[in-house]
Design a protein around this ligand. Sequence first.
Ligand SMILES: [Fe+2]
Ligand SMILES: [Fe+2]
Length: 232
Amino acid sequence: MEQPFEVDQIVQRYAIPLNSNILHSYHELQDINIDREFIYVLLESFENLNDFAPAQYERFSLQTIVDYIRRTHRYYLSKKLLEIEQSIGILLKNYDGNHPLLSVLDRFYSNYKKDLIEHIKAEEVHVLPYIDMLLKSEHEKTLPLDSTHQSKNFSLKSFVDNHHDTEEDLSNVRNTILQYQPPVTNETPYRILLTQLHVFERDLAVHALIEDHVLIPRALALEEKLTEAKTR
Ligand SMILES: [Fe+2]
Ligand SMILES: [Fe+2]
């Protein structure tokens, strides 16, 4: 039985062999210590993007969520961007040097990719280590809001206000590409690239929903709990 496409996409983050059927690969998931239910819930989010339900994630630990976010960042940087780049390379081979699509795709590289990398870096450098610290604090029952973090002036609340996710920019790129009809010889790479961009857009959208509606609210609640403990 072939497994749904989204399952492959999710599984790649957890480095399970791609040919394994996740619906039956219970032992493999246990080996890497991932809750199979978590994969099911993710799958549902991927399939029903418009009905994203943060409550479905309540039963999973904040560590599980943080781990998913980190793995997804790694997956985007080491896999998704490269796949898309390869497709663009194949597509461009068949266009002559003045084709307007070339400059569209060129801008995609210089702008979109740069922005995404910066976006991820900011989360990896500021947000996730701060949440790690909160979790450690909770675990060790120490007080979290020490001078180190206060001096850095990091605040989860200001992160939320400035968090702009990037799938819309990607969708602009895709819509621009759609305006150019490919030569007959180029139809397949053209279609592959558009599909890859579309899949990546959805992935980024789920990622942003999890960050905004699961990760950050959970981290804020923990921050509050620890702050109360401090002032008590
Ligand atoms: Fe992120
Ligand atoms: Fe983000």
